[in-house]
Design a protein around this ligand. Sequence first.
Ligand code: PLP
Length: 439
Amino acid sequence: VPIEAIEAPVTPDLASGGKGRAGRRLAVMRFLNEIADDHPGAISLASGRPADAFFEIDAWLEAIPRFQAHVAEALGTDAAAAGRRLAQYGRTGGMINGLVAGQLLNDEGLDCDPGRIVITAGCQEAIALCIQALCARPGDVVLARNPTYIGATGVADLLGVEIVPLEPHADGDAALALEATAARLAAQGKTARAFYVTPEFDNPTGTVMPLAEREALLAACRALRVVILEDNPYGMFRFDGEAEPHLAAMDRDGVVVYLGTYSKTLCPAVRVGCAAVPKRLFGDEAASAALVAELVERKSYSTVNTSQLNQALVGGVLLREGGTLRRIVEAPRLYYRRNRDLLLERLDTAFAGLESAVTWNRPRGGFFLSLSLPFPFGSADVVRCAAEYGFVVMPMSFFALDDSEQHRIRIAFSGVGPAELTTAIDSFGQYVRDRLRGN
Ligand SMILES: Cc1ncc(COP(=O)(O)O)c(C=O)c1O
């Protein structure tokens, strides 16, 4: 992917497939894959992968027969017949909805109706289905904070749905920003239908949304009838501080569709996630049922149903664990916390004396930290860091919905070991110092 394809001006151009910013965003994943191929020795702090040392794949595969026995009992058949059932096409909305509802209650404090849950091929499909279903008419728009997860912006781009950043508001008040953005869109004949957000340990910024902001956003979205798509892949990986309630747990008015995934708690290969629709969408039970039906209908023509063998693995693990993933996430949670602590320590060392020039946040959980540099950092700098300094980080501009974020980067600390993390951050410090010296 030519660098120009990523950093080209926003006006439509050939290098980005003639699609401007959307084309540029879609080129980012290819660009990162090519960096990895061209510099296989470079340490990647670019991808939010879970640490694979914690994948208990043999034990998880053994959970499939457990789920099979559970199905046999429920159907009053033998295990072989239940196995044949699992291997068939299945119910589009999913077969482990009750177990997922139980886990969401136990681990996330959410009271979801299994009949309102759609099991999806990872959270990515849940985001895609919701955007399609909610933004079906021309002029329907998704709102998002800026910067935002590239999988959400990317899928909106693919679907041809406009995704619009909340306008910066003078007081930094997100609810006022949302109202102002929706009003501006309305004046242009557009309608804000959904607000995509990751309140817990956000990807890419690593931040947590304060309680007051949650309350204000819920109220604003209820008043404007904007559905909140609450994405929560990282909530179980809290390192310190008290958890805030999820937006879906605070929601009394049917504003929030909760999006879940087993990619980070178990492993990405299961490709099992969910969309949990409120029991009464904006107080309307029929509207809620209609949204579920809409998601299911769209899913039936995209992935037909989520692999029942993969659902059986997740279902079997949930049966084995008594409906909670707390035990399973404990070791990786501690590992990520140690990585976070080590990262903060190495950053302190690497940037000693540069405290006012280079700043970063202290994530209280999750996989990501964001850092501000005193100079712009883009694709050409990614290539240089990979080739000359042996590490890869993500420019925050890759996640931006406009031309902002030129000076920030995202550091993913989940998928590397302590030695690699140390080496990469020390090299990063060297790179920044070289660059500040004009090299
Ligand atoms: C915020 C966010 N949402 C969704 C996903 C996609 O998850 P899944 O593997 O379940 O499709 C990710 C993966 O990195 C993510 O960071």
